[in-house]
Design a protein around this ligand. Structure first.
Ligand code: AMP
Length: 499
């Protein structure tokens, strides 16, 4: 099938040609005519299937008729993360070239002033994360009563991030007669409930589940000891010695390990930046832009921050940790081998990862080859994994000396590079500003009349877009410290004098 058979306007077809697309993807082929017929659509599809264009192209065609009114946007797109929202904005700019479309992006971590101005001028397409959108509505600066099309993208991601109550609230604020386009990679019962409640006789479009990985990606497992210092050494060897490493994304399961690994790699002169949900928006944008532009060679990332990102030219993915959810493996390695390019994905496997690896291989329905000796052949398998639990990940077993002290952040600084320093191109950039929200104290709830003076939702610690309570994301499964753990205040250690 050809794009010209789908009913898109001539201007949009021009933009499609300019983008270099010759054929619609299956979801585009099925969704575009339905959206143009003003039907509700339930698309069960992942990123990488062309789903963004499946809703943006027909929306732009529909928006060619009519005009936006002040404070009353015509269409609304909800995205779970700021990066995905920014990516969708880019799509509108790209496919809407030559059209007078007013697009506004409402994401957290950016000042309200410019966003208010844009809304006041009248917006055709409003792209928002749920928290910031509700903030604008609470401030009385925005009305959703003119919404003609509502898009809810990555709904299962919204569920993971605790956004579903916000989504329900927003769905009740838009007119009953609007058209709804709803996209989710999976359909757990909570998502099914929402689609039953808010979609009107939707057309259900299901693209092949991404349980298989692209043939353009070479996948290899790499046996490693569980000990963090040795694991980092294994990673560095892969980053330095593998063929054709142009750039790469390194995935960790937990935000704290993203930070630790960043510090370690910087100390080893790698050109690397971090991307995770606790970083402020400016730092996230700087990290991502640097990586896209090629000025940063490596990105250490968490799943939440990196999911769905469309960076066309990533040569390598390194799974520093095997993901707990097999689906995340497919998403992670899908960051490479995109747009017909070749890519390589290495996954470090330590004795602790047996279960995760079995789940991954079961999902992709084939075993992954080892690079070098397998875990069994390597002899690492017989090592006792570091004990987890109350005493922390690296606490010694009863009666044993501490085995891997370098897992403590302070000691990473002294992990001196063993190899000679790298070529100038691998010099580290200025350190990326880190965690702002994580250390912020919990904020007391203000009386109702003071609500407008409270900080925006996305700056409140427990309610920010990526810091909201999530259901069971492994990134935050830190072992519970005993008492105050390593954070015992000095005054509590002083001996007390009894009178
Ligand atoms: P998405 O699933 O929306 O994240 O899109 C993934 C990638 O596919 C993006 O880089 C798009 O530019 C690209 N893409 C979308 N539609 C097409 C198409 N019909 N032909 C080729 N590439 C496409």
């Amino acid at each position: 099938m050809n794009f010209s058979e789908l009913g898109l306007s001539p201007k949009v077809l021009e933009a499609v040609t300019a983008a270099g697309y010759t054929q619609p993807t299956p979801i585009q082929e099925q969704a575009i005519p339905r959206v143009l017929e003003r039907r509700d659509v339930l698309g069960i599809a992942q990123t990488g299937t062309g789903k963004t264009a499946a809703f943006t192209l027909p929306m732009i065609t529909l928006l060619e008729q009519g005009r936006a009114r002040a404070r009353m946007p015509r269409t609304l797109i909800l995205e779970p993360t700021r990066e995905l929202a920014a990516q969708v904005e880019e799509s509108f700019v790209r496919y809407g070239a030559g059209q007078k479309l007013n697009v506004a992006l409402l994401i957290g971590g950016v000042s309200f002033g410019d966003q208010d101005l844009k809304i006041a001028r009248g917006v055709d397409v409003l792209i928002a994360t749920p928290g910031r959108l509700l903030d604008h509505i609470e401030r009385g600066k925005l009305l959703l009563t003119g919404i003609e099309v509502l898009v809810i993208d990555e709904a299962d991601r919204m569920l993971d991030m605790g956004f579903i109550p916000d989504i329900e609230k927003i769905c009740r604020m838009v007119p009953f007669t609007r058209q709804t386009l709803f996209f989710s990679a999976t359909m757990p019962p909570e998502i099914q409930r929402i689609t039953d409640a808010f979609l009107h006789n939707p057309v259900r479009i299901e693209t092949a589940r991404q349980a298989t990985t692209a043939s353009t990606i070479t996948q290899r497992l790499v046996a490693t000891p569980h000990n963090p210092a040795q694991k980092r050494e294994t990673l560095r060897r892969l980053m330095r010695d593998s063929d054709d490493v142009k750039n790469g994304i390194i995935f960790c399961n937990r935000k704290i390990d993203v930070q630790l690994l960043l510090k370690s790699l910087l100390s080893h002169s790698f050109n690397v930046a971090a991307l995770h949900g606790d970083m402020d928006q400016r730092a996230r944008t700087v990290a991502l832009d640097g990586f896209r532009a090629g000025t940063t060679q490596f990105l250490v990332a968490s799943d939440v921050a990196a999911r769905g990102l469309d960076i066309p030219d990533v040569s390598h993915v390194f799974n520093y940790d095997a993901p707990h959810h097999a689906e995340d493996y497919v998403h992670r390695i899908g960051r490479t081998g995109r747009a017909g390019k070749l890519g390589t994905a290495f996954t470090l496997i330590s004795p602790e990862d047996h279960k995760n690896l079995s789940a991954i291989e079961a999902m992709i329905k084939r075993p992954i080859e080892w690079l070098g000796p397998s875990l069994d052949e390597s002899g690492f398998a017989s090592e006792a994994p570091a004990p987890r639990g109350r005493g922390g990940r690296n606490a010694p077993a009863k009666g044993q000396p501490r085995k891997s002290p370098e897992a403590k952040p302070a000691e990473i600084k002294s992990e001196a590079p063993k190899e000679s320093p790298h070529a100038p191109s691998k010099r580290p950039p200025a350190p990326v500003p880190q965690t702002e929200n994580a250390a912020a104290p919990a904020e007391p709830r203000a009386p109702r009349e003071q609500r407008d003076t409270r900080p925006p939702r996305d700056e409140r610690p427990a309610r920010s877009d990526e810091n909201r309570p999530r259901r069971s994301y492994p990134e935050d499964n830190e072992p519970t410290p005993l008492g105050l753990g390593d954070h015992m205040p000095g005054f509590m250690m002083r001996s007390a004098k009894l009178k």
